[in-house]
Design a protein around this ligand. Structure first.
Ligand SMILES: [Zn+2]
Ligand SMILES: [Zn+2]
Length: 191
């Protein structure tokens, strides 16, 4: 790691017990949220306002690694050390961050970015399960009674623009035609 990677205005906070405090404002993760979606939300949270994955990577001392995770590129797989470094900055522990990653041994396809509009309507985030290699249908629950079993979308149902990386899901809508993701469930087939 290069020296002087910390911008000078960012100080490491200490409380009375000399425990290191997180440097950024805390953002609660959603259940099932992918790390890409979480990091984008965390960066844009007003008190944080970090313009890019790279700027967050600098604060965490992880350089370009954060940008790679935002693109859902996990090769090489995030190390415990990297997760601990991020954890100390965001105030979410490393085990919880690990839950935002695909389980080891599960093959994930980073592209195309997939979406279940029905899931998004229930909880507005990208779920990492949607990127599993052999998954074509959403396995998410609709209430407690049944699973969605809806075919996952890979592009906007209106203008056919592929979905951006989840870190860039700013408004939960197609960046090209503004159709809300939650409205896209109506075109998801159940075959
Ligand atoms: Zn779903
Ligand atoms: Zn569109």
């Amino acid at each position: 790691m290069a020296e002087n990677i910390f911008p000078s205005k960012i100080e490491i906070g200490m409380d009375e017990d000399n425990k290191i405090l997180p440097k950024l404002a805390y953002v609660e993760p959603y259940i099932g949220e992918s790390i890409s979606h979480y990091l984008g939300r965390l960066r844009r949270f007003k008190a944080n306002s970090l313009p890019s994955g790279y700027s967050l990577g600098k604060i965490a001392g992880l350089g370009a690694v954060i940008s790679r995770w935002e693109k859902l590129y996990f090769n090489p797989f995030p190390t415990q050390q990297e997760l601990e470094a991020l954890a100390s900055v965001v105030g979410v522990n490393a085990d919880r961050l690990t839950e935002m990653l695909p389980p080891k041994g599960m093959t994930m396809k980073p592209r195309p970015i997939r979406l279940c509009g029905a899931c998004y309507a229930e909880s507005p985030c990208h779920r990492f399960e949607w990127q599993f290699k052999d998954i074509m249908k959403c396995d998410g629950y609709a209430g407690r009674r049944h699973r969605h079993e809806l075919r996952l979308l890979t592009k906007c149902i209106n203008c056919e623009t592929p979905f951006p990386i989840p870190a860039d899901w700013i408004k939960g809508e197609c960046p090209h035609c503004s159709l809300p993701f939650a409205n896209m469930a109506k075109r998801q087939r159940r075959d």
